[in-house]
Design a protein around this ligand. Structure first.
Ligand code: XIL
Length: 744
């Protein structure tokens, strides 16, 4: 819903407004026509607060203080209300700095947002180093929250109660709170804060949650459950530490705002800054202005967004250069407090909004912009040394040498098997390949015909292919940086580094990426294994996946940098009723990624679970055949999903997503789905045939949102594997992280 401006109200408010320093503004100053109006006056006309993160030290700088008073209506303590500062010893609180900020705000008619009651960073060592039981830590947290919130009762309008509780995949972040108390710490924190000040407006705050990402989905879902339980949470803040190079996908942000609004929540832009690369000069500032402009438009458009806070005021004191090497200039005022293009852009947007002259309307139809699968994750390392405990291992799963059957038979799998993981430190990708091969061939004249590893990296329209034959370093190529590869003696482990000259720090970057493991056992290559399906044309710069450089406050783009190749369904000449009638051709794909284990998504060597799937279509029917090899089949669990089963996820066009589950040996469970659907197993439970009737006939070239999973439970207690053909976080049942199935 658009913000509405009430003209009479506007006049009244304008006449009544003061600039805090010189008393009332002149009529001239207050006219919306005056392009020089301070942001806070413009924003107040559309019920928007304009804020800045502040430290007591900054207030001693007269220029800082003057700008803060003239331009901003709200402050957030950048650090001085964090646990470490206000609660330095177990039995001692220190509110001196926080009080100074609050007093300043009250004197100058500014609203205060307290930040942050519960976080995993900037905690005192007495807290971090203590070996607390659950009851002890709960008591500590309750005491902390109640003491701090009561102290500021009536003075602090909003609180960031819980900060950054989710990781980038949408799981709970592994923190002292989560580990010791469990997820209920979140709910308890809100309840305790509310008890201490029932009038304070309570927020959940996080980064990479502005658009439709795995993480914002998790926040949305979780806050929804809290609201349903009656937990006093009134708003969601999204930090918005952005980069100038990457556009804001305003339709994605708009959609997220709208769904939060549907829950009755208020939305704050809480820590806005847009960092610019040092080498990017004036062009960087123009890009930055565009990002600020997009955010200002969204804030001006949606009434439920009622606070826009930048993380600092001037580039002079910003946290960015200290945290993101090679970046700076993230705010609207430069080091000398001069207005930057970003300031002018925000001012223009607000002026238009006040005049009612804006025609802006975000497009919320995202049907073409949906991220289909999770990118591969590269975690941040603290040094150049590869750390197997920190990376995520992914399988080499698809044999792209074979266009149709890309799976590995059990025999092939004993002949070649491998996994890989990539992390980063500063400007270096640091990766490892683990390989198990019965015969290693390295004496072929053609380099690519030898057993080797290939790494493909794409940045924008540039790409590079790095190849290393087993036992040897990468072949030299023209690359603006340095790449080195090192094998261990028996050729089972390959450690590599790719260092980029153009970057100081890779945090938050998303690269096009692929990696291949080639195997030759004699006559020629028999397999070239990738973590994605495709046509083995990475060397032509195509069919890349994505590698996302995860890290504190890194932003996952909601728009993929490259959409990985899709799976194909073969067109059948007639309707069919059994697996035997499925044509012998067709595309066969493996189940390979264990989405139940976010540290190692491969199937452990020796574990007997292996499967593949194939899909065809005729008219409005989808048909599938799944083959499965399993040493122990469990079907005795009460909860069907805990049994060995196959799940199929299908969504055609804008229709709802449907999930069909068949426990081994049984038909699909009944769902509310209106079309027909059936599943038949062979006696041994090694083959499933299924048919699903869709709403409308499937057209050649049509793309159906899709996923398929093979669940395995071996001990009758819990699932060991839930294997999918893609990486992800096991949330396809929510209609998320679907892949594409293209009708041939
Ligand atoms: C940052 C401060 O700006 C720095 O001065 C401090 O060293 C670390 O914390 N997300 C948050 C903020 O919620 O509290 C962080 O602030 C930035 C990221």
């Amino acid at each position: 819903m658009k913000k509405v401006l009430i003209p009479t109200l506007l006049a009244v408010t304008l006449l009544g407004c003061t600039n805090g320093q010189n008393g009332k503004l002149s009529n001239q100053e207050m006219s919306p026509e005056n392009a020089g109006m301070p942001l806070k006056y413009l924003a107040s006309q559309i019920n928007l607060g304009i804020g800045a993160a502040v430290e007591t030290g900054h207030l001693k700088d007269p220029q800082f203080r003057a700008k803060l008073i003239s331009e901003f209506s709200q402050i957030t303590p950048e650090n001085e209300m964090k646990f470490q500062y206000v609660h330095p010893e177990k039995d001692r609180f220190d509110f001196s700095k926080g009080d100074e900020l609050v007093a300043f705000a009250l004197e100058n008619n500014m609203v205060v947002k307290g930040h942050a009651l519960v976080w995993h960073i900037q905690n005192p060592s007495w807290l971090e180093d203590g070996n607390w039981s659950k009851a002890e830590l709960m008591a500590i947290l309750e005491n902390h929250i109640k003491t701090v919130v009561s102290h500021y009762r009536g003075k602090v309008t909003y609180w960031d109660v819980v900060n950054e509780a989710f990781d980038d995949n949408g799981g709970f972040r592994d923190t002292i709170w989560y580990r010791t108390i469990g997820e209920e710490y979140i709910e308890l924190a809100f309840r305790w804060a509310h008890e201490a000040d029932p009038d304070a407006v309570l927020f959940y705050n996080d980064y990479s949650t502005e658009g439709m990402t795995s993480k914002s989905n998790a926040v949305y879902r979780y806050i929804k459950t809290l609201i349903e339980k009656g937990v006093p949470v009134q708003g969601v803040g999204t930090q918005l530490h952005l980069t100038a190079e990457n556009p804001v996908s305003d339709s994605s942000v708009a959609r997220n705002i709208e769904r939060l609004d549907d829950l009755g929540l208020r939305i704050h832009f809480t820590e806005v800054d847009v960092r610019v690369r040092d080498q990017d000069g004036a062009a960087g500032l123009d890009n930055q202005a565009k990002r600020y402009e997009s955010l200002a438009k969204l804030a001006a458009y949606y009434p439920e967004v009622d606070l826009f806070t930048t993380w600092g005021l001037s580039d002079k004191y910003s946290w960015i250069p200290g945290w993101f090497e090679g970046y700076g200039r993230a705010l609207m005022f430069d080091k000398n407090y001069q207005q930057k293009p970003a300031y002018k852009a925000v001012q223009r947007v607000l002026t238009d909004a006040v005049k009612g002259a804006s025609t802006y309307k975000p497009v919320t139809d995202l049907s073409n912009a949906k991220r289909f699968i999770q990118p591969f994750n590269a975690k941040e390392l603290t040094s150049d040394k590869f750390d197997s405990a920190k990376v995520v291992y992914y399988p080499f799963a698809f044999n792209q040498l074979n266009q149709k059957n890309q799976t590995l038979s059990p025999e092939q799998r004993t002949s070649i098997d491998g996994k890989w993981g990539v992390a980063y430190h500063k400007n270096k990708l640091i990766g490892q390949v683990i390989r198990k091969d019965d015969v290693t061939v390295t004496n072929n004249a053609q380099a690519h015909e030898n057993d080797n590893v290939e790494i493909f990296v794409r940045l924008g329209d540039k790409f590079w292919q790095f190849r290393s034959i087993v036992g040897q370093d990468f072949e030299p190529i023209d690359f603006p940086g340095k790449a080195t590869g090192k094998w261990n003696k028996d050729g089972s482990t390959f450690d590599f580094t790719v260092e980029f000259n153009d970057y100081q720090d890779l945090v938050g970057e998303t690269f096009g990426f692929n990696i291949a493991l080639a195997d030759n056992d004699g006559a020629g290559r028999d397999t070239q294994l990738y973590p994605l399906t495709g046509n083995n044309i990475g060397w032509q710069g195509e069919e890349f996946g994505e590698l996302f450089m995860n890290g504190q406050n890194a932003v996952v783009s909601s728009e993929p940098v490259s959409i990985p190749p899709a799976f194909k369904a073969i067109k059948l000449p007639t309707a069919i009723k059994s697996a035997e009638e499925m044509t012998t051709g067709g595309y066969q794909y493996p189940f390979a990624f264990n989405q139940l284990n976010q540290n190692d998504m491969t199937v452990k060597n020796g574990d007997d679970i292996l499967g593949n799937w194939k899909v065809g279509y005729y008219d409005n029917w989808l048909y599938g055949v799944v083959n499965r090899v399993d040493d122990v089949t469990v079907t005795s669990r009460e909860a069907p999903y805990e049994n060995d089963n196959i799940e199929v996820f299908v969504q055609q066009g804008d229709k709802p997503m449907n999930q069909f589950r068949s426990v081994v040996g049984q038909d699909f469970e009944q769902t509310g789905y209106s079309g027909r659907y059936e599943a038949h197993w062979n006696k041994e439970g090694t083959q499933l045939f299924f048919a699903i009737e869709l709403d409308s006939s499937i057209k050649s070239g049509e793309s159906i949102s899709w996923n398929i999973a093979l669940a395995d439970n071996d001990d009758g207690k819990q699932r060991k594997y839930q294997l999918y053909p893609v990486a992800g976080s096991n949330i396809s049942y929510l209609g998320e992280e679907l892949t594409k199935l293209i009708a041939e």
